[in-house]
Design a protein around this ligand. Structure first.
Ligand SMILES: Cc1cc2nc3c(=O)[nH]c(=O)nc-3n(C[C@H](O)[C@H](O)[C@H](O)COP(=O)(O)OP(=O)(O)OC[C@H]3O[C@@H](n4cnc5c(N)ncnc54)[C@H](O)[C@@H]3O)c2cc1C
Length: 505
């Protein structure tokens, strides 16, 4: 059978599902992407309130530079060059409420110089960290998801870097941070939602930023998602919104289609799940295709937290402020019965003119919590208290902002609060997680198995099969899955760049 007569149905219209759709459609398959929500993009999204746009996801897109393999892969799924990327010189500023501050620069040279200036007593460790960033700057992460022989060449290039890699992958950011005497440098590593991550993740983050390969696209997540959807549709793919899959249909241990929540049945030659991993394995497939390793991973591996987001529309030009301002609190913020925050990161989107009218600024606060159940229960059982709790958290964030910028509360025109209940409702992610599994020491960034034991004609893609998540996990796992499907069906996998040039697969 020719691929054109073969159908692939994809559950989930987040970045992973859409990228898989583009690759499959470009390979000649007939593709239908099913998205439960009313907009595509999943976690990669933003929303509008009273003239402001509130971004929830993108700080950066790894692979933004046209140089390098990941940049080339992004350009296979969309015309990324239509976007304008910004590369802030100062990536983040940490401040205490008694007036101390530490600038975290994007480029390793400036970062090292600033850390040395702030803390000469930590010189040895600062130099070691900067040297790791430089040493791994050209690490071919995306090539690890390539097919042989490219993968082999990448592995060969990797051999001299293995000791460095192993050293930095063996400890968490929180453990590593304790080596620093300087309070704010220590807090940079130890506090925050990512402290359980292997410190190698931070090494890579600065390596990519130093090489201007992790820029912020003007327009944020929706600008990227729009381009992928455009390409998918231009290739002839079908994106169905408000189409919730309830069951993956299986015959003789092969996936044969999907049953939607309204009872409609869609038959297909292959099924790909780009939806939440836990729901895919334990609900959509009824837990029939799993083994102990899978159960253990889902039971024991740490996931990224869920979060509340307080979004504020401020009638003031805040362009003199850093784009990411983390306030270390004198009085901790009690978020919910199990969560107390000592630091609140504020994103000040003055660098994205599409997010607010001239002279005004969209500001968001990211408030991580593992107590997703509290917010889900509260929304269901006591909507009045749920609303009151949201207001309480918003007031606390406004007070933090007002202590830093006195009088700003008078200029706040719009307030919006989302909670883990919102994350679950809009994306159906397990535990309301913002990014899937944490790449802890030992897990690595390598993609997990995309197949399930005993189940044929099925693949999983997205953040739940690649610890560390992020938009690139969707791109890379989608590419790997479609390449494997093409191989099984004996059809060539020849991805084309959005400008029409063939890429070597
Ligand atoms: C606060 C925050 C900051 C982040 N910052 C960055 C960043 O700077 N850079 C970066 O690269 N990444 C960042 N991420 C992570 C990134 O957003 C995610 O890892 C990525 O978007 C996950 O894509 P995905 O397609 O794998 O999953 P998802 O986005 O979760 O998509 C899954 C889709 O499947 C749909 N779905 C689920 N169940 C069903 C069903 N039964 N039927 C039909 N559809 C279904 C959902 O509605 C959803 O649209 C951030 C995330 C958050 C929350």
């Amino acid at each position: 059978m020719k691929p054109a007569s073969r159908k692939i149905v994809i559950v989930g219209g987040g970045v992973a599902g859409l990228c898989a759709g583009v690759y499959a459609q470009a390979s000649g398959y007939q593709v239908e992407v099913l998205e439960q929500g009313s907009v595509p993009g999943g976690l990669a999204t933003s929303w509008k309130r009273a003239g402001y746009t509130f971004e929830t996801c993108l700080h950066w897109l790894v692979g933004s530079s046209p140089d390098g393999a990941l940049g080339a892969q992004w350009r296979e799924v969309c015309d990324l060059d239509k976007l304008t990327f910004v590369y802030p010189e100062e990536f983040q500023r940490l401040e205490t409420e008694d007036g101390r501050a530490l600038r975290i620069y994007s480029h390793v040279d400036q970062l090292e110089a600033e850390f040395l200036r702030a803390s000469p007593q930590d010189a040895e460790e600062i130099r070691a960290f900067a040297s790791a960033i430089r040493g791994l700057a050209d690490f071919p992460m995306e090539a690890l998801n390539e097919a042989w022989p490219r993968k082999g060449l990448a592995l060969l290039r990797l051999i001299p870097k293995l000791p460095l890699l192993q050293h930095w992958a063996s400890m968490s950011a929180a453990e590593y941070g304790k080596r620093f005497e300087h309070e704010l440098i220590r807090r940079f590593f130890v506090d925050g939602a990512t402290s359980g991550m292997s410190v190698i993740a931070l090494v890579f983050m600065f390596a990519w930023m130093s090489r201007k390969n992790a820029g912020y696209p003007i327009g944020g997540s929706k600008a990227v998602v729009r381009l992928i959807v455009e390409r998918f549709r231009a290739l002839g793919g079908t994106l169905r919104l408000m189409a919730k899959a309830d069951e993956i249909l299986v015959e003789n241990n092969a996936a044969v289609g999907v049953r939607l929540a309204d009872g409609e049945t869609i038959h297909a030659d292959w099924v790909i799940s780009a939806a939440d991993g836990h729901a895919t394995i334990y609900d959509l497939l009824g837990g029939k295709y799993r083994d102990e390793a899978i159960d253990q991973f889902y039971e024991k591996q740490q996931v990224f937290p869920s979060y509340l987001q307080v979004s504020l529309g401020v009638a003031q030009d805040l362009s003199a402020e850093p784009g990411l301002l983390s306030r270390c609190l004198a009085e901790p913020l009690r978020l919910d019965p199990e969560t107390v925050l000592h630091e609140v990161p504020l994103r000040i989107f003055h660098y994205d003119p599409t997010f607010a009218p001239p002279g005004k600024t969209a500001v968001t606060a990211f408030l991580p919590t593992y107590n997703y159940a509290y917010w889900l229960d509260l929304e269901r059982s006591d909507p009045k208290r749920y609303a009151a709790e949201k207001q309480r958290v918003a007031r606390a964030v406004i007070a933090i902002l007002d202590r830093r910028m006195p009088g700003i509360r008078e200029r706040i025109e719009t307030i919006d609060v989302s909670t883990p209940a919102s994350v679950v409702r809009f994306t159906a992610n397990w535990k309301g997680s913002m990014e899937g599994f944490v790449p802890t020491p030992g897990t690595g960034f390598g993609a997990k198995r995309q197949t399930l034991p005993g189940l044929d004609r099925f693949r999983m893609v997205g953040q739940w099969v690649q610890p560390g998540g992020g938009l690139p996990s969707g791109l890379m796992t989608a590419r790997t899955a479609i390449r494997a499907i093409c191989r099984k069906d004996h059809v060539p996998f020849v991805p084309k760049s959005a400008s029409g040039v063939d890429q070597a697969a």
